[in-house]
Design a protein around this ligand. Structure first.
Ligand code: BG6
Length: 477
């Protein structure tokens, strides 16, 4: 790899480390039907994953207007630049480019919008990183095709990728194929555009959908190499280290099995074939997938780097009386009695980040990119020296403690390309569709009931992150 060619000294970050922030189109853009955009699955998820989808768009869906990034992107990117961002990870809304997903030709207005966003990033010297599909499958592909259960989506996705690579390939170096690809098993509609309720889907249905996504990811990687030889393509995994609840070997084996369910995605993306433990699981559970010879070839297009989100760890146990899961990032798990939790019940475990980074690095030997991490918290806007701000020391603590563990993982030998904090500006929550679950360094004046001016205010963490970036991490405690 070209990145981080020189190993940094212990306790430092490599030169050229890509500091920045991350968002997703459906959580920030709004303007859900402007510029020729079609509907996406998010337009029928007014309550996030807490309620079943609605029939069509409803006025209570905050994502339809979100934080109006569609019109305010220049102002927001200028604020990112003020913090010194080196990289900005954002997603392209598939339904802005192909409103129905199966259209023959792309929507030029959608392309023009992202071109303007790239202009702005270039103006400020911020490297773009694009997530091609971040929980925003065009609604038509869900409703008319059954989402990723249908093999036809591979072709539609490839057509979409071709347009992105041909139009933006000279301007975007870093690409991620699917956000948190391992979440399909848990949230089939949001993650895989699969409209059938989870309880009615068989494991075969889900693994077939996953297979289609993995093949699509492989094909996108091959296409990226053909069209943009200098580009780097990464997979994106929801990282959730799994600890045994007790030292009992039964708990250890249970933890291993749960970890395998997510490792499989990285194993296939990095090694180009299904791992033995997953083939065994298919055999033991009578799961037979439709896998063609061409599919096997497509899977061999392995990724350049591994990106992941990290918010929390979980425990596993074989004890039937302790199976109750706590809240968490999509999957959740058996709570860890030694850890505290956020206001939304996600357990806070900075060292888990070091654990998972060592784990991934040793397993795949591919450069790592932390593309999501952060604290969802209720913020209170206050006036300080005549300026509206948020005294978010809790967020500074959270981020400082996690970044210290990134530094530790680098000292342990992991090659790490960068770190983009999640929701660098307040966004609408993916799971709950709330505005009040805030992650940003920038406060957006918008409330859960839709009220608010949409004005932006720098939180205390804004200046803190600016100092961390300016010192290339030396300002961390
Ligand atoms: C990840 C997603 O699961 O976590 C993001 O990739 C999401 O889209 C983030 O916003 C935080 O989750 P939530 O539910 O607090 O928004």
């Amino acid at each position: 790899m070209t990145h981080a060619a020189t190993k940094p000294a212990t306790g430092t970050f490599p030169q050229g480390f890509l500091w920045g922030g991350a968002t997703a189109a459906n959580q920030i853009e709004g303007a859900y039907s402007d510029g020729g955009k079609g509907l996406s699955i998010q337009d029928v998820m007014p309550q996030g994953i807490t309620q079943p989808p609605s029939d069509g768009p409803t006025p209570d869906n905050l994502k339809q207007s979100a934080i109006d990034f569609y019109n305010r992107y220049a102002e927001d990117i200028a604020l990112f630049a003020e913090m010194g961002f080196k990289v900005y990870r954002f997603s392209i809304a598939w339904s802005r480019i192909f409103p129905n997903g199966d259209d023959e030709a792309p929507n030029e207005e959608g392309i023009a919008f992202y071109s303007r966003v790239l202009d702005e990033l270039e103006k400020h010297g911020i490297e773009p990183m694009v997530t091609i599909s971040h929980y925003e499958t065009p609604l038509n592909l869900a409703r008319s095709y059954g989402g990723w259960t249908n093999r036809a989506l591979i072709g539609f996705y490839e057509r979409y990728c071709r347009v992105l690579f041909e139009r933006f390939g000279s301007r975007v170096k870093y690409w991620l194929t699917f956000n948190e690809i391992n979440s399909v098993m848990h949230e089939p509609f949001m993650s895989g555009g699969i409209p059938t309720p989870r309880a009615e889907l068989t494991e075969s249905d889900l693994y077939q959908a996953i297979h289609h996504e993995l093949v699509a990811s492989g094909r996108a990687t091959r296409l990226a190499r053909e069209i943009m030889p200098a580009a780097q393509v990464g997979c994106m995994i929801l990282a959730l280290p799994v600890y045994p609840l007790t030292p009992s070997p039964d708990d250890v084996v249970r933890a291993m099995d749960t970890a395998h369910a997510s490792y499989a995605f990285g194993d296939i993306h990095c090694r180009g074939a299904y791992p033995g433990y997953l083939l065994r699981y298919f055999r033991d559970n009578g799961i037979e997938l439709d896998i063609t010879e061409q599919d096997r070839e497509d899977l061999k297009n392995t990724v350049d780097f591994v990106s992941f989100s990290y918010y929390m760890s979980i425990c596993e146990t074989a004890d039937p009386d302790k199976q109750e899961k706590g809240p968490g990032n999509i999957m959740g798990g058996v709570p860890n009695p030694t850890l505290e939790a956020s206001e939304w019940g996600w357990q806070i475990d900075p060292q888990g980040l070091r654990v998972v980074m060592n784990d991934y690095w040793e397993r795949w030997q591919k450069p790592l990119f932390v593309v999501e991490n952060g604290l969802g918290a209720k913020d209170v806007l206050v006036e300080s020296d005549g300026v509206l701000t948020v005294e978010d020391d809790y967020r500074i603590d959270y981020m400082n403690n996690h970044l210290v563990q990134v530094r530790e993982a680098i000292a342990d030998g992991a090659e790490v390309m960068g770190y983009t904090s999640w929701g660098c500006i307040d966004v609408v929550s993916a799971s709950t569709a709330q505005m009040s679950k805030r992650y940003g360094f920038i406060y957006v004046d918008r409330n859960d009931d839709g009220s608010g001016t949409l004005d932006r205010h720098r939180k205390k963490s804004f200046g803190w992150y600016r100092d961390v970036i300016a010192s290339n991490g030396a300002a961390l405690n």
